[in-house]
Design a protein around this ligand. Structure first.
Ligand code: ASP
Length: 368
């Protein structure tokens, strides 16, 4: 296959179906057999967290620094909502994480638009921002919406104006690395437009290395982080630059309370990463918390919601030859007593946990 076509196919796939992975599932079990529950142990069950009790911080696999920071602040007596936001802010500030905050991949016009939501268990208050431009820390702005307004969600220009009024400094959010990845994506969109790809160029651009297309990830990102202190108080936050090269103004699950994260101080907290559209359509984080309320362990609750997402995925382009979702979603759960768990739709995925003693990555069970 022509290289240019291969790259274009990859980009189209990543843009349209987002997070699509190989059709070769790791497990060949039917959608929701939950083998560990049927007495057939998973190779790497990753369910030990269901037995944990006490203070805990859980995050997506890119959140090891965030869990460490949040737990150290919780140990010093900080409110979990401030602790988890301080934790994810480290990742937002990191230009090497191209799925969150500064350095995140832009929308199709080359503009970085951030989404975030945060929820505080004790007050049951939430704050969120969507399509926020020019501001580095969407999570901190979402926390200001929670603390300083009577609203839950502010989007677009209003979110930017709100952040500036709070004293956030505007800045160019598009790093050189992200800009090059965006230009590469544009160059491979169509053979008939005015953008020359590497094959068509007469003069090679030394910065335009084709390997960029394979080395720069087409966003698998977002960070969710939930925390529990020794008083049983919970909080959760999710922050992202969202789907790379999205239609301007597209908002995913991350800033949607009940989808990208949710927290109920009587029950637990949950969050999601992956294909936001699927998470929104199934009220992902809220559903995980509801399953914990009805007695499921955190891991079981995540698997139950993934099963629902799988069974409600009916568009052919989102299904592989086996009828399984060809995209990924990962869910994270933290119960009020400190039990924690996570699960992925597909493949071997990790999540970060500080259990009060250790800060480590765990492998999550998956449906496929
Ligand atoms: N859930 C995010 C979104 O759809 C993306 C991600 O988690 O990578 O915007």
């Amino acid at each position: 296959m022509h290289l240019c076509h291969t790259v274009r196919t990859m980009n189209t796939l990543n843009r349209r179906s987002f997070l699509a992975v190989s059709s070769t599932g790791l497990l060949t079990l039917p959608a929701f057999s939950m083998p560990h529950l049927l007495g057939q142990p998973l190779k790497d069950p990753g369910t030990a967290g269901d037995n944990h009790r006490g203070p805990c911080v859980i995050a997506s696999g890119n959140g090891l620094a965030a869990t460490d920071k949040a737990m150290s602040l919780i140990n010093k007596g900080m409110d979990p909502v401030d602790a988890v936001v301080a934790g994810v802010s480290l990742v937002e500030d990191d230009p090497n994480d191209m799925s969150v905050g500064f350095g995140g991949l832009p929308n199709e016009r080359g503009v970085v638009q951030l989404d975030s939501s945060v929820m505080h268990g004790p007050t049951h208050k939430a704050g969120a921002v969507g399509a926020l431009e020019d501001i580095r820390s969407a999570a901190r702005v979402a926390l200001d919406v929670l603390k300083k307004t009577d609203h839950v969600m502010i989007v677009g220009q209003g979110a930017r104006d709100f952040a500036l009024a709070q004293g956030f400094e505007p800045q160019n959010m598009l790093t050189d690395k992200a800009r090059q990845a965006w230009l590469r994506w544009k160059a491979n969109l169509s053979p008939n437009d005015d953008w020359l790809d590497d094959i068509q160029r007469d003069i090679k651009d030394p910065a335009g290395d084709l390997s960029l297309a394979s080395t720069i990830p087409f966003t698998w990102g977002t960070i969710n982080c939930s925390g529990l202190d020794s008083n049983g108080n919970l909080a959760s936050v999710t922050t992202t630059s969202g789907l790379s090269y999205k239609i301007p103004g597209r908002v995913g699950d991350s800033p949607i309370v009940g989808a990208g994260m949710f927290c109920d101080n009587d029950i637990g907290a949950a969050g999601a990463t992956g294909r936001g559209e699927a998470v929104i359509q199934n009220c992902g984080a809220f559903s995980v918390v509801q399953h914990m309320a009805s007695g499921k362990s955190p891991t079981e609750a995540c698997l139950a919601v993934l099963k629902r997402i799988a069974s409600r995925t009916r568009q052919k382009r989102l299904l592989n030859a086996r009828g399984q979702p060809n995209f990924n979603v990962m869910l994270y759960a933290l119960r009020k007593d400190g039990a924690f768990g996570a699960a992925a739709m597909r493949g071997k995925r990790t999540f970060a946990v500080h259990d009060g003693k250790q800060n480590t990555l765990h492998t999550a069970p998956s449906l496929y």
